[in-house]
Design a protein around this ligand. Sequence first.
Ligand code: FAD
Length: 423
Amino acid sequence: MRMMALEMVLNSIRTGVGMNTKPISIVGAGPTGATLGLLLAERGLPVVVIEASRNFRRVFRGEGLMPSGLDALAQMGLSELVEQVPNQTIGSWEFVIEGRSIFSVDEPMGNNLPCTLVAQPQLLEAVIDRAKALPNFRFISGETVQSLITENDRVVGCSLSNGETIQTGLVIGCDGRSSMIRKLSGLTLNQETKPFNVVWFKLPDTDLIPQSNPFTIFVKGDAVFSLFRSSEGLIQVGWSVQNEDWKSVTDWPETLAEASPPWLADYFRSQNVVEAITDRPLCLTVTVGHAPQWSKQGCLLLGDAAHPMSPIRAQGINMALRDAIVATNYLVEAWRSADEDPSLITIFDRALLQIQADREPEIRKIQALQAQEAADGMKLHRSAVLRNLVKTLAPIVGIALREKWKLRQRKLRSGTTLVWLKD
Ligand SMILES: Cc1cc2nc3c(=O)[nH]c(=O)nc-3n(C[C@H](O)[C@H](O)[C@H](O)COP(=O)(O)OP(=O)(O)OC[C@H]3O[C@@H](n4cnc5c(N)ncnc54)[C@H](O)[C@@H]3O)c2cc1C
C-alpha cells in the first residue's frame, strides 16, 4: 500500500514540467527559497514558491555576504544582479574596548573577495523576477502556508491562507527561524543557546564613518554594539541586549553615546540622529539551533528553518545559498534518475536524507565557530577586570587576539566544505 502511494507521488512529480503536474512547493522566498526556486525551475522542475509578505521590503533581513556566499551567487549566475542592486564592501574589522582600539584587520583577507553588504529586498525580487520568466515557475505572494496535507504519513500538499490547496510532490520549508513547516510536519528544533535579542536600526549617514566602511564592534560597560555603513549608505547599528536591559532603556541614544568614544558619542547625541527615529528601534529575538531531522516523507527543511543561524559574523544567508545549491544537485539528480527508471521509487526520499548528510557537518561547524565568537564577547561583557586589562595591555595582547581572531575567520569566510553547483 505504502509502496503504491510512493509510486503515485513519484510518477506525478516526474511526468512533465507543466503546472498541471504536481509541483515542488517551496514555502518562503528568503535567500534559501528564492534561489532554490530559481535553480530548480531553470533545470526543468515544476516549482511553486509561496511567500507570506506582499513586499520584500517589509521583511527584515541581514545583508552581509562572505566570500562563500558571493561564490554561491556566482555559481548560480547571479553576480550581475549583485552589482545591479545597492551594495557596499566592508573595509576592515575594528574592535574597540572601553574606548580603545584593540585591533583591526583589513578586508579582503587573503585573496578572497571582501565581505560585501548586498540589499536583500532588491536581490530577492530580482531573483524571483528571473524565475517568473520560466513557464514551470509560479510565485504566490501575500499568502501563508497554514497546513500540510498528508496521506499515509506522507506530505502530499499544503493549504494557503486564501483557501487554495496545492497538491505537491514535495514541500520544502524555507520559512525561516520560526518555521511553520517545521511545526506542522512534527520536525523539532534543538536550541543551541538561550534566545537573545538584537536591537537593529539604521541612522543617517555621517562623515564620522570613513568611506572605506569599517565594521566596528564596541564593548564598554554593559553595552556591546556594532556599527557599519549598510548597502544603501545608511549607518546600521546592531546592539546586543538582554531582555531585561532592553525594557529598561528609555533613552537609547544616550545609552549608546555613553558606550562610545567621544567622536561617536556626539553623533548619537545629535538632533539629526534623534529625529531620524521616532519609534523605538526594532528588537529581534535571535534563536540559534538545528533540527536533528531535516526531512520526513514528502517534506524537507532548509536554511534557517533547518538550522537558525546567529547573526554573528554574517553566516545565515551564506549557509542558505549553499543549502540551495546542494539541495538542487540532489533533487535534480533524483528527478532525472526517476525519469530514466520508474522503479527507483524511493530515490526522492533518499535525496532528502543525503541533503542533510551533506550539509549538516558544515552547518554545525559554522555554528560552533559563531558560538566561540559569542563566548569571547560574553567574557568581556561580563568582566570589567578583563576589559580593563585588555584595554591597558592593548599593544601587547592586541596582536595575539588579532591572530586568534583571524584564524577563526578562514572557515567563517569560505565555509568548511566544497559546494559546487552541477549543471
Ligand atoms: C539581526 C540579524 C542580522 C543578520 N545579519 C546577517 C548578515 O549580515 N549576513 C548573513 O549571512 N546572515 C545574517 N543574519 C541571518 C540571516 O538573516 C538568516 O540566516 C537568513 O535570512 C536565512 O534565510 P532563509 O531564507 O532560510 O530564511 P528567511 O530569510 O527568514 O526567509 C523566510 C521567508 O519565509 C517567509 N515565510 C515565513 N513563514 C511563512 C509561511 N507560513 N508561508 C509563506 N511564507 C512564509 C518569510 O516571510 C520570509 O520571507 C542575520 C540575522 C539577524 C537576526
